[in-house]
Write a new protein. Structure first.
Length: 158
């Protein structure tokens, strides 16, 4: 059985976007955020589909890397649909320009953002995860993403 995905961010992607998925996982782990990615967390004897369902059911949110290939991938569609069915937040990161019309109607109703490509964009994305999913401010302080001079009500610096 694979590592538990409880409290982790499930990363859903097409194999053509694996480099972006690896980059995402590395960046999030570097600031103390746990991620679940199939090639990292499914072991050889595991039943692939069961492990994916379990990981999505117990994850904090699903991060969907959106590309033309991922929007038509049977596995990616299954993953975001399972997340939607289980009322998990779906965070869309566009790895290439995608029209709204190319997205499934469920995904059209959700916000999407461009895959972060600068340190500033990464910091904004991490702070968004913090604000949305209640990560500890201590994690942000350790990685210099929290302006300690602000009061608690002011929150993280952008």
């Amino acid at each position: 059985m694979s590592n538990s995905a409880y409290g982790k961010y499930f990363v859903s992607y097409n194999r053509n976007d694996e480099d972006k998925a690896i980059q995402l996982v590395q960046r999030l782990k570097s600031v103390g955020l746990d991620c679940w990615r199939d090639n990292d967390d499914i072991f050889p004897a595991d039943i692939w589909g069961t492990e994916i369902e379990s990981a999505i059911t117990s994850c904090k949110a699903l991060i969907l890397l959106v590309s033309e290939k991922s929007l038509i991938s049977q596995w990616v569609i299954y993953e975001w649909a399972w997340a939607h069915f289980n009322k998990k937040p779906i965070i869309q990161l566009d790895v290439e320009p995608i029209s709204s019309a190319a997205r499934h109607s469920v995904l059209q109703r959700l916000e999407s953002i461009q895959f972060p490509d600068t340190d500033e964009a990464w910091n904004k994305f991490v702070l968004h995860l913090h604000n949305q999913y209640h990560q500890s401010s201590m994690t942000l302080m350790r990685h210099n993403l929290w302006d300690k001079s602000n009061s608690k009500k002011d929150g993280p610096r952008w």
